[in-house]
Ligand binder design. Sequence first.
Ligand code: ADP
Ligand code: MG
Ligand code: MG
Length: 200
Amino acid sequence: VLPAGEALIGGLIEACRAVITANADHLSELDRAIGDGDHGTNMRRGCEAVYAERDRLARLPLPKALEEIGLTLVMSVGGAAGPLYGTLLMEIGRRMAGTAQADFSQALEHAIEAVARRGRASAGDKTLLDVLYPVHAEVVRRAGLMGIAEQAERSAGLTFGMKAMRGRAAFLGERSIGHVDPGAKSCALLTTAICRFLKE
Ligand code: ADP
Ligand code: MG
Ligand code: MG
């Protein structure tokens, strides 16, 4: 049973902000190894911008709130992650608003495809998509919240062995192997935080 609108949206915003704040240094450290070292800072800036608007956002219908959160991320994050996470949330929101029977799984699938198009990235390119695709697969097979969270963490770990094909890390070629992708890690952390919150 989901908490009612306002508590749901406000709670999700707080849970995401808390996990990013707690892990920002770690995310930037991962990004220092194969990028420019700002992923934690970028994600924290985005979460703070959303948090600052949480009262207004929490009063919106969920699809509209997701769309507006996405827009805020695009405008505030800077860096590759902003438009990618922004696209994900805007497209989930738009798709959920557009269908009579709001099907989260379909909305997520549609949104992940939009992220892939935006980043010109595919599975195995060592990006946040390498967490999003497996998470969607778990949602489809109704794995349950903890199953989804575990898959997200496992999938982020698997980026360790991948060679980056997109984003700054791709400039390193083979040398990008042997590091966890920062965007995949933030995606796993956010997924876990959201699943934990929904389970309570
Ligand atoms: P920047 O690289 O601009 O500094 P961030 O450090 O905030 O941006 O985000 C980097 C993360 O964004 C990467 O770890 C990767 O997961 C993701 N990413 C970067 N470029 C792409 C892309 N073209 N497609 C999909 N994901 C990407
Ligand atoms: Mg970076
Ligand atoms: Mg940067």
